[in-house]
Structures are given as C-alpha cells and as structure tokens.
Ligand binder design. Structure first.
Ligand SMILES: [Zn+2]
Length: 311
C-alpha cells in the first residue's frame, strides 16, 4: 500500500471496471431509498423500479455513463434491485456502504466496537452487502446529522477511515448547513486518511467560499451535489460559488451531481431529474466563463480521480 492507496479499478454493482470506463459520472445520487427516519413524508421513499428506470434513462440517453448511488445503511438499500436496474439501463452504478447519520442508525451501533463497524464495511466492499454478492464501491455517505459530529457518528467515521485504509476505497461524507465537513476531515485525517481520498458531500449547502476553499486546500473534493434548475436562486448561488472555486485555481477539486433522493426530484413530477447536468447545465457554466473542456474535466476527470486517488 502506498500513502494515498491509489486504485486501479472501481467496483460497480456488476463487478469491477477500469477507471477509464467511468466516463461522465454523477458522483452523488440515490436510486432506491427511504428517508422516513427523519419525518414521515412519503415523498421521501423511492422504491418503484419502473419510475426509477424511466428517470435514469433520461440520463443514459443524454450520454450519462456512470452514477454513484450513495445510499447506504439506514436508508434501506436494495442492492439486488440496483444491480437489476444497472443491467436494464446499461449504466455503471457504484453503490455505497457504511451508515448514513445518527437518526438512521441501528441501536446496535451504540454497542458495536469501531473495528467491528469497519469490518462490516470491509465485508460490504469485498464480499457483498448483507447476504447478497453485490459489492459496494464507495464508503458513504457517512453523515453528521447536526452541525457537529456526534460521538457515535465519530465512531462510524473512524470505522470508515479504517475500512478505507484496508481497501483503498474512497470515502464520501454528508453534512448540511454548517462547515461540518472540516470536522469530518479532521477525524478522518487523525485516522491516517489522505484527504485526497475524501469527497465532502453537500458542500454547496454551506454556501461560503472560505469553506469550499479550505476543503480544497486540504486536498479533499468539494461536492456540489444539489444541482437543479427548479430553484433559480439556489442555482445562481451555486454558480457563483463554482466560479469562485474555479477562479481560485481549484477546478480539479470540484464535483457536480444532483442528489436525487425524493419523488419530487423526478422529471415526471416536475423536478430536475438525473439529467439536468448532462443536458442543461453547460450554458450556465459558459456564462460564468467555463469552456466545454473544463466541464468535461469536472464530470469525467475529477470523478475518476476521486475514485483512484490520482491527479
Ligand atoms: Zn446526503
């Protein structure tokens, strides 16, 4: 193992592929999940394979190649259904592992040793999730529910770090409305993880340039994973922050995705869907000075580097 644990292949739900096969990649999406543990709103359950197929094909038909489904434990993963839809759509799909955030944790986690939590992730990555042979290909999204990392969330993060050090697989985090990604990076770094192998999720949700730049300066990836065009205020805010990141010389640390996770995100329900980035984002990026090659760099090269640790 070398210091940054560089990877020469990426595990999809249908087996390993070479990093070059990733192509245009959405780094943070969800296909089947339930987010009901927060509050009981049926918008927050995605479990219809027919609808998922229709929505994913919009992305496939727009030239999409790979999608990272960061659904993990606590969100009611359906590994075999994800494999099925990967075969049906022809998309490469990478699935997550580990635990989401504290309200979604199983009570047993409070009585489980950190190394045993890590072993469960390593099993999901190496042998298959639960009793399936569908292997995870990314560690995450590992979350903080509040604006801080709770004690049990800290243990899950440390477990994620240990699983990464054993397997070399990339870690992705979740945090909202606070610079909590830096606290998560602190913990991962303490465990010996090279920040280059970490994707800080939902970074756009704390919309301050200083936060984004600090993530990049540490070497981690800045994930703007709420891209959509049904709210122009949020889109303009994201574009403004993207421009600042690019102007500061950190385009190579930027990742873009939609985080489709509720029914109202579906195109059939009036949302932006899985294909806003592939079909409608570029004119907006062009307005803030990015060219086609820079767009490709973000969607193809940066995603590949986030998986391999190379750059
Ligand atoms: Zn999330």
């Amino acid at each position: 193992m070398n210091s940054s644990l560089q990877q020469t292949s990426v595990m999809t739900v249908n087996g390993p592929i070479s990093p070059e096969q990733l192509g245009f990649t959405l780094i943070h999406e969800h296909i089947f999940l339930s987010i009901l543990a927060d509050y009981l709103d049926t918008d927050r359950v995605l479990d219809d394979p027919e609808s998922a197929y229709v929505e994913l094909m919009h992305y496939r038909n727009a030239g999409g190649v790979t999608l990272v489904d960061q659904t993990n434990r606590g969100l009611e993963q359906q590994p075999e259904a994800v494999r099925e839809i990967s075969k049906k759509t022809g998309l490469n799909i990478v699935l997550g592992c580990g635990w989401y955030r504290e309200p979604f944790y199983d009570d047993s986690l409070y009585r489980t040793k950190t190394n045993d939590i890590a072993d469960e992730m390593i099993k999901d990555l190496s042998d298959g999730i639960d009793d399936t042979d569908v292997k995870a290909g990314i560690i995450g999204e590992l979350g903080a529910h509040e604006t801080w990392v709770s004690p049990v969330e800290e243990r899950v993060l440390r477990a994620g770090a240990r699983a990464h050090l054993q397997t070399g697989v990339t870690i992705a985090t979740h945090g909202l409305f606070a610079p909590v990604g830096l606290k998560q990076l602190d913990i991962l770094s303490e465990e010996g993880v090279n920040p280059q192998r970490v994707i800080v999720g939902h970074a756009h949700d704390y919309p301050y340039h200083e936060y984004h730049i600090e993530i990049a300066k540490r070497g981690a990836f800045i994930s703007f994973d709420g891209m959509q065009d049904d709210n122009q205020f949020l889109l303009k805010r994201d574009l403004s922050n993207i421009k600042k990141i690019v102007d500061a010389g950190f385009i190579h640390k930027l990742l873009l995705s939609h985080d489709v996770c509720v029914n109202s995100h579906y195109i059939m329900n009036g949302g932006s869907g899985y294909n806003f980035i592939s079909t409608r984002l570029f004119p907006y990026l062009s307005e803030i000075g990015l060219n086609k090659n820079e767009f490709k760099q973000i969607m193809i090269e940066n995603s590949k580097n986030a998986f391999t640790g190379m750059q």
